[in-house]
Design a protein around this ligand. Structure first.
Ligand SMILES: Cc1cc2nc3c(=O)[nH]c(=O)nc-3n(C[C@H](O)[C@H](O)[C@H](O)COP(=O)(O)OP(=O)(O)OC[C@H]3O[C@@H](n4cnc5c(N)ncnc54)[C@H](O)[C@@H]3O)c2cc1C
Length: 409
């Protein structure tokens, strides 16, 4: 069983087979698989709890409805892990509050109807057999809360959401790794003493001392660029603030609805414990510095509600009667790469330095991403077999990110 603790100078491990930097869901899933592969694994988290930064801001959804092959390749096995979580982690009866309440990408724009059909076609090509194209009549029959203006949608009932807190804790408990809280990585030491004499990592520095290791995984979320620099590496990452709002319970909110996304507006909502999460992924939000505290726009909740009303008219009545205490905004950061797909794998310039970062949908991809890093570390997978290798841009590999809801056009 993994141990989660705040170390002292005495209890700081002095060596490890692998050090993971970052205790969000991506880093913790990585530590789970590394330790399962038999590596003595230490994870460093600068904050005083696991999954308290971006992961805690997520709306916790997962989907198989991707149109990019490399994303689907991560999403599908990740969902299998979520669906068999207790079995995979070996914790009998462990519950991550998985709900298959569906993802509904819907539009009222005639010119987008063909895009919806094409998306379902792509799902089929990528092995997703149970997504559906829904036309106007069927949409209204199945989701009567929608406006008459709804024209077409893609839907998959088996998509849904879960508890990221439970999933992260479960990965930690089901591992044999050590999770060190309030322990930032402050530097990465390099030398040429590793296998083959290549220039590579030799230790990770913390305020309590250093941990010798030949394998480091950078899973520092929005701070992955900062950690990259510690190893002398520039990573092509952009952190962009993304806000969301929790609306307190209201009887008008359909509790059995799927995550409902107005694709043309990049605005979405989903029910949660009688209330709802609502959000808009603003395509014009500029990239900024990675931050632990993010400012909130006072007018953001009203903007989102205004957008949601178009296809979900029940929000109008709610919006009119909301009081300040019903509205709970918060924010985290999406991390984008040049093709909006993550960076997973070793960097060629620094032996033993791996990255698992660049996520705007990292919750849902984390299980398989962590397993892939492990397969790369152990040599079970060769770097060139990995479509998301961070060296792909330098190799001239070009992918197009065209997923709905990634917030970029
Ligand atoms: C509003 C919003 C909604 C979202 N909804 C979804 C969704 O429905 N589904 C989905 O899949 N994704 C969603 N996401 C995206 C998702 O939350 C992230 O992609 C995911 O949480 C990234 O996980 P992570 O572990 O990489 O990052 P984080 O959770 O940020 O973890 C990184 C950790 O690294 C630590 N760290 C950083 N630097 C150091 C250092 N030097 N030393 C030690 N520790 C360090 C940080 O403290 C942090 O805990 C959403 C994001 C937002 C903002």
């Amino acid at each position: 069983m993994g141990s989660i603790f705040t170390p002292t100078i005495e209890t700081l491990p002095k060596t490890a087979d692998a050090v993971v930097i970052g205790g969000g869901i991506v880093g913790v899933a990585t530590a789970f698989w590394l330790s399962r592969a038999g590596l003595d694994t230490v994870l460093l988290e600068m904050r005083d709890g696991l999954s308290t930064l971006t992961t805690a801001q997520s709306i916790e959804c997962f989907r198989a409805q991707f149109t990019e092959p490399a994303m689907a390749e991560l999403a599908l096995p990740s969902i299998e892990v979520f669906e068999h979580f207790a079995e995979v982690t070996g914790i009998e009866g462990y519950d991550i509050s998985l709900r298959h309440q569906g993802y509904l990408f819907v539009t009222d724009q005639p010119e987008m109807v063909d895009d919806m059909r094409a998306a379902v076609e792509k799902h089929r090509q990528l092995g997703v057999t149970d997504s559906e194209f829904l036309g106007h009549d069927e949409l209204l029959a199945r989701f009567p809360y929608l406006s008459e203006k709804a024209l077409a949608a893609t839907f998959r009932q088996q998509d849904g959401w879960l508890s990221t807190h439970e999933a992260t804790q479960g990965f930690a408990k089901g591992s044999q790794a050590q999770f060190l809280l309030s322990t930032p990585a402050t530097g990465i030491q390099l030398d040429s003493g590793g296998s083959g004499g290549a220039w590579g990592v030799s230790a990770v520095e913390t305020p309590l001392g250093s941990i010798s290791t030949r394998t480091v995984v950078n899973a520092a979320g929005p701070f992955a660029g900062v950690v990259g620099k510690m190893a002398g590496v520039e990573l092509p990452l952009e952190a962009v603030r993304r806000q969301k709002v929790f609306i307190s319970p209201r009887p008008e909110i359909p509790a059995d609805a799927p995550l409902t996304i107005d694709v043309a507006q990049d605005a979405y909502w989903r029910p949660e414990t009688g209330g709802a999460y609502i959000a808009w992924v603003d395509p014009d939000e500029p990239a900024g510095e990675p931050k632990e505290e993010l400012p909130l726009d006072w007018d953001y909740p009203a903007i989102v509600l205004d957008k949601l009303v178009a296809l979900n008219p029940f929000w109008e009545g709610i919006a009119d009667s909301l009081r300040g205490e019903d509205v709970h905004p918060s924010a985290g950061q999406y991390v984008y790469t040049p093709d909006d797909q993550p960076l997973i794998g070793p960097l060629s310039d620094v032996a033993g330095f791996y990255v698992n970062c660049g996520y705007w949908a990292g919750v849902m991809l984390s299980p398989e991403a962590g397993r892939r890093i492990t397969r790369l570390v152990t040599g079970e997978m060769q770097p060139e077999e990995n479509a998301l290798r961070p060296t792909r841009y330098a190799e001239g590999v070009v992918y197009e990110g065209d997923s709905f809801l990634r917030g970029r056009h």
